[in-house]
Ligand binder design. Sequence first.
Ligand SMILES: [Zn+2]
Length: 193
Amino acid sequence: MGTYLIIGGIVFLLYALGMKTTVWTELGSVHNIGLLNERQNYVIISSLMILIGVILNITALNKAKKITRIPSDNATEDFEAKKCIFCGEIIKSVAKVCRYCGKDQPSENIEAIMDIDPEPAPSNNYAVKIEVLDDPKKIYLIAKEFYKDVGVSFVKAKEFLSTGTTVNFQDKSEALKFIEKYQGMGCKVYMVT
Ligand SMILES: [Zn+2]
């Protein structure tokens, strides 16, 4: 709509400016007051058309901007940040892919179904201490296995692995299997009791 007004206004303005305002009299070619006034009116009207067209276009543009802004506004409402485990940039906690390095993010919606006892276990259990070197990439890879094996969330698994934790086993052979597996992944893992 605004654009049509601008185009119409320009055409009208050009027509008005090109209008003949002279008439032939016995004195020769002279300006006719009536035609001059008419041209002036046309110039004013066409200028107004252009002006209104520009205003309409700007309003439409602002409206379009508002519409495109709504989703991002909503997104920031439930914005929860986390750090990308690969590049360390802050990204949305719901992000499946890092916006900086493009790497897939591990899903973190697995609820903890079992707690790890941070204290050494009672003597009738088999407690295994596990520690990971301070290497975020390594912790990530090991946590991918660890959270499944131990039954905690991925976030918790990473936390436990970076600080070191004790995992309790009822069964000695299970404890030994665990040690073997995580030793193979480069962890410092050993039986406490
Ligand atoms: Zn990243």
